[in-house]
Design a protein around this ligand. Structure first.
Ligand code: SAM
Length: 268
């Protein structure tokens, strides 16, 4: 898609995909069709964009690099809308105009967590996501309770999405090659949250608090986050939960029960 030479910009984490097998695996995983609305974040030189555009109804792209964005504007295709800016700052509510978007992104790894939390926030508009991560982050997102990879991001993603690996990606698939192995993951939105959640914001607060200090007990973490010790102890007693455990041992179901009771306890 790009004809002019573009020197990759380190500050924007530019490692461009050139391996056609990996590009094909990403496109296949997204299962695109002519009615689909797609948001691609960080299209870069358009390796994925060029394959997505002919298959879908609309394609919105967000690119922070003005020069690369301009090349995509020059395509002048009525299905394509280019948003120039930082995906973390732009208002996605004004971009996502349907409730079944597919998100595709190969983004700098230092913004993976922030962007994922933003995606989770907009989950009502996002049916499916195919995203590239550093493999270590992929391990975290697919992790099971009790493992060292399991964290707040794992719980929040698995609460709303089925998460599965599409393909591992070697450094040689990119130009320039990064130092790490990457992994493409697919996220499919569940019809309902995986467990009962009365208040998603409160649930998220409890989960984040539980993982905030990894070597501390759940009780210490919750108290450090501002929950009254008496409330924590009473709730633990009511639901028969050992708060001497660490946050990373709790299943999503246990977080659901804990959050529900803490919320009731806080309101007494
Ligand atoms: N998708 C292309 C590919 O696979 O070859 C480019 C991938 S490159 C790893 C990341 C792209 O995201 C770059 O084009 C970069 O300019 C863009 N980018 C970096 N930070 C961004 C941000 N905060 N918002 C939007 N785009 C960003």
């Amino acid at each position: 898609m790009m004809e002019k030479y573009h020197r990759p910009r380190k500050r924007f984490g530019q490692n461009f995909l050139h391996d056609q097998n990996i590009i094909a695996a990403i496109i296949d995983a997204a299962r695109l069709n002519q009615n689909d609305h797609v948001l691609e974040i960080g299209p870069g030189q358009g390796a994925l964009t060029a394959k997505i555009l002919p298959k879908v109804a609309t394609l919105d792209i967000i690119e922070i690099d003005r020069d690369l964005a301009q090349t995509l504007v020059d395509r002048d295709d009525e299905r394509l809308t280019v948003h120039v800016g930082d995906a973390l700052r732009l208002d996605w509510d004004s971009i996502l105009h349907a409730d079944n978007y597919t998100l595709i992104a190969n983004l700098p790894y230092n913004i993976s967590s922030q962007i994922l939390f933003k995606m989770i926030e907009h989950r009502n508009r996002i049916a499916c996501m195919v995203l590239m991560f550093q493999k270590e982050v992929g391990d975290r997102l697919r992790a099971q309770p009790g493992s060292k990879e399991y964290g707040a991001l794992t719980v929040m993603c698995q609460l709303w999405f089925d998460v599965s690996r599409v393909i591992l990606v070697p450094p040689s698939a990119f130009r320039p090659a990064p130092k790490v192995i990457s992994e493409v993951l697919k996220f499919e939105r569940l019809p309902h949250a995986r467990v009962e959640v009365d208040d998603a914001v409160f649930f998220s607060r409890v989960v984040k608090a539980s993982f905030a200090q990894r070597r501390k007990t759940l009780r210490n973490c919750l108290c450090a986050a501002g929950f009254a010790p008496a409330v924590v102890d009473k709730v633990a007693d009511n639901i028969d939960l050992d708060v001497g455990r660490r946050g990373e041992t709790l299943t999503i179901q246990e977080f659901s029960v804990l959050a529900k009771q803490l919320r009731l306890g806080e309101n007494i």
